[in-house]
Design a binder for this molecule. Structure first.
Ligand code: ZN
Ligand code: MN
Length: 132
C-alpha cells in the first residue's frame, strides 16, 4: 500500500478498496476480476471506476498491464522486473523471479542500449495437463 501513496490519486473509499485488492495480489487479475471482487463491498461502484483507476495507476507506474492474454488485459501490481509462466489452458499466470541471461547479439540490437527483458513461458499447468 505504501507505494500507492505517492501516486497522486485522490483516495476515495472505492479506490482504496481497489488498491487494497491489488496490494500483494499475485493472480494477475483482469479489470473484470477486480470489479467483481471489489463490488461485493461497493455494489454501487461502476466498472468505469475500476477501469479509470487502473489506467491512472498504469500511467503512474503503480501497476503493469500484461498483454499476455489476448482476451483481456491482465494487471500486475508487482512492478519489479520478473518473468511469467502462463497456462494456455486456464490462463493462470505465475511469477518467476530471477534473472535470465539472454544474450542479444550486437547485430540484432539495432543500436539499442538494453535495460531489461520479459520472458513468457507457455505451457499447461498440472490441473490442465490432467484434464486433457
Ligand atoms: Zn491451467
Ligand atoms: Mn507477475
Amino acid at each position: 500500500m505504501e507505494k500507492y501513496k505517492d501516486i497522486g490519486l485522490k483516495l476515495t473509499p472505492q479506490r482504496l478498496a481497489i488498491l487494497d485488492y491489488l496490494d500483494g495480489n499475485k493472480e494477475h487479475p483482469s479489470a473484470e476480476d477486480i470489479y467483481k471482487a471489489v463490488s461485493k463491498r461497493f455494489p454501487t461502484m461502476s466498472f468505469a471506476t475500476v477501469y479509470n483507476t487502473l489506467e491512472t495507476l498504469r500511467q503512474k507506474g503503480g501497476v503493469l498491464e500484461l498483454t499476455i492474454d489476448p482476451a483481456k488485459k491482465r494487471f500486475d501490481p508487482n512492478t519489479e522486473p520478473h518473468h511469467h509462466l502462463i497456462c494456455v489452458g486456464c490462463k493462470k499466470i505465475l511469477d518467476i523471479h530471477g534473472s535470465y541471461r539472454l544474450p542479444l547479439p550486437d547485430e540484432k540490437r539495432e543500436g539499442f542500449e538494453l535495460i531489461g527483458n520479459h520472458i513468457e513461458f507457455y505451457g499447461l499447468c498440472p490441473k490442465c495437463k490432467k484434464g486433457r
